[in-house]
Design a protein around this ligand. Sequence first.
Ligand code: TIU
Length: 223
Amino acid sequence: MPADPYPFEFDPAGTALLIIDMQRDFVEPGGFGETLGNDVSWLQAVVPPLQRVLATAREVGLTVIHTREGHVPDLSDCPPAKLNRGEPSLRIGEPGPKGRILVRGEYGHDIIDELAPLPGELVVDKPGKGSFHGTSLGAELAELGVTSLVVTGVTTEVCVHTTVREANDRGYECLVLSDCVGSYFPEFQRVGLEMISAQGGIFGWVAPSSAFLAALTLQEVPS
Ligand code: TIU
């Protein structure tokens, strides 16, 4: 399929759609992201194209994996360096408008209704920005025989970038869907995407979801 910096080849049987941190606390008004002073409308623009990609991935039988950033209720998996960042009342574990901020089991920590995981889809709870650090994702992908990742979610320059960099170092081929990743900062979105495909695809490939959907609907995943 067409992509930057050159065509991305993938075998659907060895490919997973990875949806990173589409959680209420990042995406919805009144959540953690907004309390940090961010404009969540940039992230909400990602939802419709990502819904289309998710629906098609499910139709053709592609592996779908969701992630959520967050911590156990006693915060024992949150390093002090992460916990002690920022305004004290807005820190991880403090009560926020949607429950304790970035704590597993809280309403705000969960994935938005529009992209809710189906039973059987893997949901990876991660304590960090990257999806591999402190999680079973690598083992799960090996078990599934997945070697290519189609990466979506938020935010482009934080959890998406960290995950793509981790995946690249672990030998995965990553395609990032430009309209299915979002940043609170338009300039970070632009530069974040350029940083992935620059230098001959230093971290991977970038393409709009329309190109991926066209490629996916031509190739059914053998069961
Ligand atoms: N998921 C993710 O990107 N976590 C963040 O904290 N992102 C911000 O941009 N703040």
